[in-house]
Design a protein around this ligand. Structure first.
Ligand code: PLP
Length: 226
């Protein structure tokens, strides 16, 4: 493998982990309470291999088919790999998603819940689930509206027996992220939901201050997506 690339990727990862640790410390939290999810969408194979060589095992992807191509054959070779779906999921892709992913972070519709419940039975396995909340109430963005979140989480638990592990949000690009992170944390707390997936390359340290338990970092780890 290209030594220069290996070094570049390993040092980008160390930098991100150090910033997470610093943010955790200033928030009076343990750095171990924040999982780094490396967002590997669109990245070329040599960067994926370098990230694995650097020790990273938790990866986020936003398209099911693309993720299958990147990860199916790597599963066997890398013990402890954890794959998280962080992009919108069509109900007709539920089976493939359940087969591949350990965590699905984008549950946001009753129809999708039904498709997932069927897929769990067929696959005999249940990925951990997060509900996506559209904190900015953006038309084009997936996720349940904040005002509907309590009822949606309750329905997932009651009607499908789903254990909701966490909440996930993607704040509007043009707004300060802090208030969105605070809102997500508040919705989680009042619903007894433990985990918060929030923060990307531009704002993961802010997310840690607001209680993120996982941050989804792509470009700051791998370099810009081509
Ligand atoms: C692409 C993506 C990320 C990572 O974005 P960066 O700005 O490159 O860190 C995080 N979350 C989601 C949902 C994404 O689609």
């Amino acid at each position: 493998m290209d030594e220069k690339l290996l070094h570049e990727i390993a040092s980008a990862r160390s930098d991100v982990l150090a910033r997470i640790a610093a943010a955790a410390k200033s928030a009076g939290r343990e750095a171990a309470g924040v999982e780094l999810v490396a967002v590997s969408k669109v990245q070329p194979d040599e960067r994926i291999e370098a990230m694995l060589a650097a020790g990273q095992r938790v990866f986020g992807e936003n398209r099911v088919q693309e993720a299958e191509g990147r990860w199916e054959h790597r599963r066997a070779a890398h013990a402890g790999l954890e794959l998280r779906l962080i992009g919108p999921l069509q109900s007709n892709k539920a089976r493939e998603a359940v087969a591949l992913f350990d965590v699905i972070e984008t549950l946001d519709r009753t129809k999708l819940a039904g498709a997932l419940a069927d897929a769990f039975v067929q696959a005999g396995k249940t990925p951990r689930l997060y509900v996506q909340v559209n904190t900015g109430e953006e038309e084009q963005k997936a996720g349940v509206a904040p005002r509907d979140a309590d009822a949606f989480i309750a329905a997932m638990r009651r009607d499908y027996g789903f254990a909701i592990e966490g909440l996930m949000c993607i704040p509007p690009a043009e707004e300060p992220a802090g208030p969105h992170f605070a809102l997500l944390a508040k919705i989680a707390a009042r619903n007894g939901v433990a985990k918060l997936s929030m923060g990307m390359s531009a704002d993961y340290d802010i997310a840690v201050l607001f209680g993120a338990t996982s941050v989804r970092v792509g470009s700051a780890l791998f370099g810009a997506r081509g």
